[in-house]
Design a protein around this ligand. Structure first.
Ligand code: ATP
Length: 219
């Protein structure tokens, strides 16, 4: 089932120069990896697919709906995006506040959402950090908190930009296990990564980008 579709999209940061050049792509709810050399446009494409950027030409569809006029909030109900730098995602003073912020947005029954929050924090080994200031967390802990808070909002699809950066071997394995677990729940994932070992072990499909164009797709 196609979740995200890009139809002949273009995007550039400067006038008359495109980073993404007439790219078309269909992504289903599998585990897809997006690889390519530095500067090939992976992060730019990830941000286009989740609506942070709007294409200068062409259209991105989510569940067959064009996203041109959708707000980031609307898209965010379906797609969760993990920034390459977790500092861009973490804005609350403490771990608990970061998680509760998402919770309040979700507007769910208290006990149910509290249990869900605790389970997710346990899963990412953050339960003992509940009252910790976020600025005191290590890079790997920030990465896990950013991911935990996205997952709490229950997205149908996840875009993870360099999710293994700053993770040790055990945490990387935990992330791989998590990816397998949520695949069972029918949540699709796009992993943007340079970590070929992680990609080869976990992805069902590998898309290679070069100079803003798809040059290889194992689908
Ligand atoms: N905010 C920006 N303003 C101007 N140019 C930008 C901006 N962000 C990215 N670029 C340029 O766009 C191109 C693609 O960048 P992008 O971050 O999408 O590549 P990437 O494949 O994710 O790279 P990396 O593997 O290094 O993370 C690069 O040449 C980069 O310098």
């Amino acid at each position: 089932m196609t979740i995200i579709r890009a139809d002949n999209i273009y995007y550039g940061y400067k006038k008359n120069s495109s980073i993404i050049k007439g790219l078309s792509l269909e992504i289903d709810n599998n585990i897809t990896a997006l690889i390519g050399e530095n500067g090939s446009g992976k992060t730019t494409l990830g941000k286009l697919l989740c609506g942070i950027f709007k294409p200068t030409q062409g259209t991105v569809y989510i569940n067959n709906e064009p996203t041109n006029n959708m707000s980031l909030g609307e898209i965010g109900k379906t797609i969760g995006y993990l920034f390459q730098n977790p500092n861009r995602q973490i804005f609350a003073l403490t771990v608990k506040e970061q998680m509760l912020f998402v919770d309040q947005i979700m507007d769910k029954d208290d006990i149910e959402s509290k249990t869900r929050m605790e389970n997710i924090l346990n899963y990412f080994d953050l339960h003992e950090k509940l009252n910790e200031y976020t600025y005191r967390l290590s890079q790997g802990e920030k990465q896990r908190l950013a991911l935990a808070s996205i997952i709490l909002s229950n997205p149908r699809y996840l875009i993870l930009d360099e999710p293994t950066t700053g993770l040790d071997i055990i945490r990387k394995q935990r992330l791989a296990d998590y990816i397998k677990d949520i695949k069972v729940e029918d949540i699709g994932i796009l992993i943007i990564s340079h970590d070929m070992e992680f990609v080869n072990e976990n992805a069902d499909r590998i898309i290679t980008l070069s100079k803003g164009e798809i040059i290889h797709d194992t689908k």
